[in-house]
Design a protein around this ligand. Structure first.
Ligand SMILES: Cc1cc2nc3c(=O)[nH]c(=O)nc-3n(C[C@H](O)[C@H](O)[C@H](O)COP(=O)(O)OP(=O)(O)OC[C@H]3O[C@@H](n4cnc5c(N)ncnc54)[C@H](O)[C@@H]3O)c2cc1C
Length: 432
């Protein structure tokens, strides 16, 4: 392997997404400024970067700040100050001709009477058992009526797998499972308060979610952009950038997708074999600007198989500056899997939006763009449950600390990235 120069840092941070930047910020705050963030892309931020094209600003799908801990809130407030606004969620499920407020299971009043009757019957017949997989978890939590009306079609579309092949160790905090009594009550009474972990969310007033990234970047050492980790020798504490430049380190914090990190390792054949078994579900995002101001909504779930997308959002409903002309709208459309960026697919998306009443025959497209998210959703299955804890422990034993949604191969959000960045910085500070 050719080497040109060698630099040494105390802490090498792999990946300049929110987790890597939050780690750098937390080290900086502790006075541990001998670190370097390596980022493969020409811009920092990873999935939290905001892109501006033709005057339209968009994120990788919706990137809302769900702040549930005082610490997470404090870090965001430190970084964004007054550039932050709280929004009450306006989200719905459009399925089989019904428009149901999210979460579906808390709004049975909004269903067609025959569907409502089936859901109520299903809820009454639940016989509690310990669920062994995601299908059983849904059936135990919501009954077979709700399972067939929403949970099965939506989740099969999103995950691309029968739900019995997925585990249920991730759903607790992310899928609202109200008490059965509460769901039954919602058949006759509209709930007084919105339900679920995301009933309200925060979003920057200016700059898109990328404002948070810019605020982090301002506080830390310059991020090394266009710098891809290609090889990592944990024994000799050495990393190679773009296949040629060598860098040595005392500590290494990884935020790259776990299988990608393991593929870069020197040796470690057993870990490599294990990491190859990990699966994820890619997502493709289509951004579409329309020459008309639509009725505002934040996002809509679309479980029906007739449409190629599972969710549609409207950026200007919570961020008016996303569009250059206030009489226009900017939608993002989330499609499950790796979808070809073709005119034929654009037509299918239009048809789907039309079927859902989201666009008219006369609507005019002003702008469109595609984005790919290769690992978007980590697949929670038996392989993950069996392999990830052992992989993380083996890496930590070799002094490589994994953090973030993809580093730990988990289902988590931006707040988790900020908190994990802070925790790992504290752990490294304790080692000094
Ligand atoms: C469709 C979608 C919607 C979401 N919505 C929300 C939401 O509303 N709210 C929320 O809180 N969270 C949301 N999330 C989750 C959120 O995006 C992640 O939790 C967060 O972005 C993870 O940040 P990260 O830095 O760990 O990973 P990433 O953003 O993936 O950053 C990793 C970085 O590593 C870089 N990299 C990769 N390989 C290499 C290499 N070999 N060398 C150097 N650099 C490399 C990448 O370029 C990237 O910049 C959503 C996720 C998706 C997919």
């Amino acid at each position: 392997m050719a080497t040109s120069k060698t630099k040494h840092v105390q802490t090498l941070i792999l990946g300049g997404g929110i987790t890597g930047l939050a780690t750098a910020y937390a080290l900086q705050k502790r006075g541990m400024s001998d670190y370097l963030v390596l980022e493969a892309n020409p811009v920092p931020g990873g999935l939290c970067a905001t892109t501006t094209q033709n005057g339209y600003q968009f994120d990788f799908g919706g990137h809302f700040l769900h702040l549930h801990t005082p610490k997470g809130k404090k870090i965001v407030q430190e970084l964004l100050g007054t550039n932050l606004k709280k929004h009450a969620r306006k989200a719905f499920i459009y399925t089989n001709g019904m428009k149901v407020p999210y979460p579906f299971q808390s709004n049975l009043w909004a269903l067609f009477p025959e569907v409502r009757a089936i859901c109520v019957e299903g809820l009454k017949r639940i016989e509690p058992q310990t669920p062994q997989n995601f299908e059983q978890w849904c059936l135990q939590s919501f009954g077979w009526g709700l399972y067939e009306a929403f949970f099965r079609p939506y989740n099969e579309k999103l995950w691309g797998k029968p739900l019995r092949e997925l585990s249920c160790d991730w759903c607790g905090p992310f899928v609202p499972a109200p008490a059965r009594k509460q769901m039954l009550q919602s058949a006759t009474h509209k709930p007084a308060h919105p339900q679920g972990y995301n009933a309200a969310f925060y979003y920057p007033k200016k700059g898109g979610i990328g404002a948070l990234i810019q605020a982090l970047v301002k506080q830390i050492n310059p991020v090394r952009l266009n710098s891809r980790l290609t090889h990592l020798d944990l024994k000799n504490r050495t990393a190679w950038i773009n296949g040629k430049e060598k860098i040595t380190f005392d500590h290494v914090v990884n935020t790259l997708p776990l299988p990608d990190l393991v593929a870069c390792l020197e040796g470690n054949a057993t870990l490599k074999k294990s990491a190859q078994k990990l699966e994820s579900r890619p997502v493709t995002i289509y951004h579409l600007a329309l020459a008309r101001k639509l009725e505002p909504f934040h996002w809509i779930y679309c479980p029906d198989p007739a449409q190629p997308f599972y969710r549609v959002g409207m950026v200007n409903s919570f961020y008016p500056e996303a569009v250059p002309d206030k009489e226009t709208s900017l939608l993002w459309v989330e499609l499950p899997g790796q979808i070809p960026h073709t005119p034929d697919m654009e037509q299918k998306i239009w048809n789907g939006l039309y079927q859902k009443g989201l666009v008219n025959e006369d609507d005019v497209s002003l702008f469109s763009a595609w984005q790919d998210v290769p690992h978007a959703y980590v697949l929670f299955n038996a392989e993950r449950a069996q392999r990830v804890p052992a992989l993380l422990a083996a890496l930590e034993k070799q002094g490589c600390y994994c953090v973030g949604r993809y580093g730990r191969w988990e289902y988590s959000f931006m707040e988790t990235s900020l908190l994990q960045g802070d925790q790992i910085a504290q752990k490294l500070a304790n080692l000094l």
